[in-house]
Write a protein that binds this ligand. Structure first.
Ligand SMILES: [Ca+2]
Length: 73
């Protein structure tokens, strides 16, 4: 079972949440995040939309973790 380090996960989530790449997460980033999660644009994030979004994000983080492992070896 793959267990990415928490630092890689935290860094990846920051980069994902910092939508405008300003180095800071502010309300505009949170609004952008919310919009990305709200797939059907009904101004509400369902459990399914949340899980879909988080699965996509976590998949990318796992791939980055695997690439980092390859780079280290
Ligand atoms: Ca929705």
């Amino acid at each position: 079972m793959l267990e990415p380090t928490l630092a890689i996960v935290a860094n990846g989530l920051f980069l994902e949440f910092d939508a405008d790449h300003s180095g800071h997460i502010d309300m505009s980033d949170m609004n952008a995040l919310y919009s990305r999660m709200d797939l059907n644009k009904d101004t509400s994030v369902s459990r399914n939309e949340f899980e879909t979004y988080m699965t996509e994000v976590m998949t990318v983080l796992v791939i980055l973790h695997l690439q980092a492992q390859d780079f280290d070896s």
